[in-house]
Design a protein around this ligand. Structure first.
Ligand SMILES: [Zn+2]
Ligand SMILES: [Zn+2]
Length: 267
């Protein structure tokens, strides 16, 4: 059983309405041992009137009070999901050091100024071109900023393409995915296994099992598991299936980060 969820949002993130305390109570009811909150920090990003920049003072205070209140019931960890873009290099270098984070997820949410969540990202190019550009930009992001513990939902773009993951495969994009995996492994950055793909209609994790298997084959050994829940009912979603996938891909443990150091837990 995987009893740690390392990718969680609450209403400190612009796209969640769930109070953190409700998230925690659900985690306790599910029997989780550890929950790591990873609120959004996408600097200067406002979409549909929602800011994706967390209010750090409010987050720190709110989290701190709940961590103390629930200390005998569940372990709560203080994380962040930073949206990486090359323009943010200087900001992110300072930001991740300015707070005592347990865990830092680096994610690509914006490519050339556009979130692939929006149809405009696919206009004027084929789905394959749009997906390729996404993976190329991940490599550019890692070149700009790599002080992260894991890379989040590596194939995020397939959640939102016109055909989602119907025509997507690791093999088809291997030439742009393998260089990313090489950088992750070379720099000791882990691969986040994100079960949010299930509830978004992919029927599978982000990244897909073929990418997880490739990461393992190339020598990668550091994975974390998160649901990317934005509401209580999504917490630890499909973790049973994630465990099966990881075992099948050759992993025997997953990691939990505290003070930015991994502890490996048998699957
Ligand atoms: Zn994300
Ligand atoms: Zn997230």
């Amino acid at each position: 059983m995987i009893l740690t969820d390392s990718h969680l949002h609450s209403d400190f993130s612009g796209d969640s309405r769930a109070p953190m305390e409700q998230m925690i109570q659900r985690g306790i009811a599910l029997g989780l041992r550890t929950m790591c909150f990873t609120e959004h920090m996408d600097k200067d990003i406002v979409t549909d009137g929602l800011s994706f920049e967390v209010d750090m003072e409010a987050y720190r205070k709110g989290f701190g009070a709940l961590k103390e209140k629930y200390q005998n019931e569940i372990e709560l960890l203080f994380g962040i999901e930073v949206g990486i873009e090359p323009r943010l290099r200087g900001f992110l270098e300072e930001f991740v050091r300015a707070y005592e984070f347990d865990f830092v997820i680096g994610s690509s949410h914006i490519v050339d100024g556009i979130d692939p969540y929006y149809p405009v990202y696919y206009e004027g190019r084929t789905e394959e071109e749009a997906y390729r550009r996404y993976f190329e930009s991940v490599l550019e992001n890692l070149d700009a900023f790599a002080d992260v513990d894991v890379y989040g939902h590596l194939d995020y773009v397939v959640r939102y393409g016109p055909n989602k993951n119907r025509y997507f495969s690791y093999e088809k994009y291997r030439d742009v995915i393998d260089p990313i995996l090489e950088v992750l492994i070379g720099r000791g950055i882990g691969l986040e296994i994100n079960s949010g793909g299930y509830k978004r209609g992919l029927g599978i994790t982000n990244p897909c099992p073929e990418i997880i298997r490739a990461y393992r084959r190339m020598g990668g050994s550091l994975v974390t598991v998160g649901s990317d829940a934005h509401a209580p009912e999504q917490i630890a979603d499909e973790f049973g299936r994630v465990r099966e996938i990881l075992l099948d891909c050759g992993f025997d443990c997953y990691a939990v980060f505290r003070e930015r150091k991994p502890e490996f837990i048998p699957l």
